[in-house]
Design a protein around this ligand. Structure first.
Ligand code: 2BA
Length: 107
């Protein structure tokens, strides 16, 4: 038995949990805070058999890999009026730990 800890963006958590549940992984979602940026993120606890770890990592990657998105930026001032123009930002990404579980009990 293994325990996967996956630290992901809050924005990716709903789709990722749905993707994991669809393939019968059980998940606990924790509201966490990054120590560096002090911003909210999500940590998932996923307990599963060792042979299911690789597939779980694939699902995590599918729903939370780093990508660039265009978001509106209102910082510009153009011809006397504010204009919005999109800027590229990096979003998503996952930090994953896989731990050995000594005992797994449901009491
Ligand atoms: P990432 O390395 O992608 O980390 C995203 C979040 O994952 C972290 O949020 C933290 O909550 C968790 N995490 C990452 N590595 C970890 C580890 N070894 N142990 C425990 N938790 C871990 P933040 O701490 O807010 O960091 C956000 C981003 O800021 C990081 O993205 C990294 O790009 C940067 N960063 C973090 N610490 C840094 C440092 N000391 N110097 C420079 N950049 C740093």
């Amino acid at each position: 038995m293994k325990l996967i800890l996956a630290i992901i963006s809050n924005d990716d958590s709903t789709a990722l949990i749905r993707g994991l549940n669809k393939e019968s992984y059980q998940v606990t979602k924790l509201a966490t805070t990054g120590g560096f940026l002090r911003a909210g993120n999500t940590t998932l606890l996923i307990g599963c058999e060792a042979e299911k770890v690789q597939r779980a990592i694939e699902i995590i990657e599918k729903y939370s890999s780093q990508r660039e998105e265009l978001v509106p930026n209102t910082a510009g001032y153009d011809m006397g009026a504010f204009s919005t123009y999109p800027v590229k930002v990096t979003v998503g990404g996952a930090t994953v730990f896989v731990l050995d579980v000594e005992q797994f009990l449901k009491l």
